[in-house]
Design a protein. Structure first.
Length: 330
């Protein structure tokens, strides 16, 4: 017996569901300022440090900038859910800017991600990292760690088998009602790519690699880790379509805490409430989660082990166990 979504919602203060444009824009602009500030810092390091010192400081710089790129993505992600504001035009404008900067087609990702939320924990309909029935198993093995950042961009281009969605194709069936939005996102992405090319022509490959390519890879790797670890864990169930329902599926997600970057990533790692109520803005997630945990402690899924060991542990299990019998229900 599980509570209804209304029962759970009653346990959470109503203001947690309200977004505020000023607050949302503050967080978005703060992230942009930090990205610009880190770029300037990176330039200073390149200009005034000897090359050996640049090599020593580069990993720290890349980690910081890659984390901020991930924060920008979370802002765009909130825009896609409509939790950034109640204004669709503002949401889609900010989301398009954030995601285009990260080489992600905003509108296509928004649609496929909503499909993930609509079918979380559903073996037969979820979007990515789901168990695969034996008769649907496609040839090939997963790349180590799903290819980390490269795997993310591979997912955007080729989709995730056996139910692939190619995010750069606006005529995919899933986008049938959103063709114009998907095309506009691709146009914006093309314009941004031209600016990246101009940067390369003016400043050279080394600076492009240092300031953009490596942080972009780190962002993409973070996205793979976060998505996988919040839906793949021991004793977290998956259901066949006949056994699945909304509350059951959304509760099949995991809360984690990512230490010093938890707040920087806008609390996206408090994932159960985000899945139950994607309209809750990120700045209310922690408060909403505390009320949920107090009211329904038996439904809480929290994992506290470190991120990379957890990812390595569950990736090995997933590779061995992801193909399941056709008659599996749970």
């Amino acid at each position: 017996e599980l509570p209804t979504i209304i029962d759970i919602k009653r346990a959470i203060p109503s203001h947690c569901f309200q977004s505020n444009v000023i607050t949302s824009m503050y967080h978005a602009m703060k992230d942009v300022v930090f990205v610009i500030g880190l770029y300037i810092l990176g330039e200073l390091l390149l200009t005034y440090l000897p090359f050996w010192a640049v090599l020593v400081t580069a990993p720290v710089f890349w980690f910081a900038q890659g984390t901020m790129f991930t924060a920008l993505f979370v802002i765009g992600h909130d825009c896609g859910h409509g939790s950034f504001s109640k204004y669709d035009l503002l949401n889609d404008t900010v989301g398009t800017v954030m995601h285009s900067f990260l080489m992600t087609p905003y509108y296509g990702w928004k649609v496929s991600h909503k499909n993930h939320h609509k079918n979380t924990g559903n073996i037969d309909k979820d979007e990515v990292f789901y168990p695969v029935r034996k008769s649907l198993k496609t040839p090939g093995r997963a790349l180590p760690g799903f290819g980390l950042g490269l795997g993310y961009f591979g997912y955007l281009v080729f989709g995730y088998n056996p139910r692939p969605v190619r995010h750069f194709n606006p005529f995919e069936k899933i986008f049938s009602k959103h063709v114009l939005g998907c095309i506009l996102s691709l146009v914006t992405l093309t314009v941004w790519s031209s600016y990246v090319y101009q940067y390369y022509m003016i400043f050279g490959f080394f600076r492009l690699f240092y300031h953009y390519i490596v942080p972009l890879f780190i962002f993409a790797t973070n996205t793979v880790l976060i998505t996988f670890l919040h839906h793949t864990e021991e004793e977290i169930p998956w259901y066949s379509d006949s056994k699945w329902d909304n509350v059951r599926g959304q509760l099949s997600s995991v809360d984690r805490h990512y230490g010093i970057v938890h707040d920087i990533l806008h609390n996206i790692t408090t994932h159960q409430i985000h899945h139950l109520f994607p309209k809750v803005p990120h700045y209310h997630l922690e408060e909403a989660t505390s009320h949920f945990r107090a009211a329904f402690p038996e439904l809480v899924n929290i994992r506290t082990d470190r991120t990379f060991p957890a990812f390595y542990r569950m990736f090995k299990k997933y590779v061995k166990q992801c193909v399941i019998p056709d008659n599996t229900h749970v």
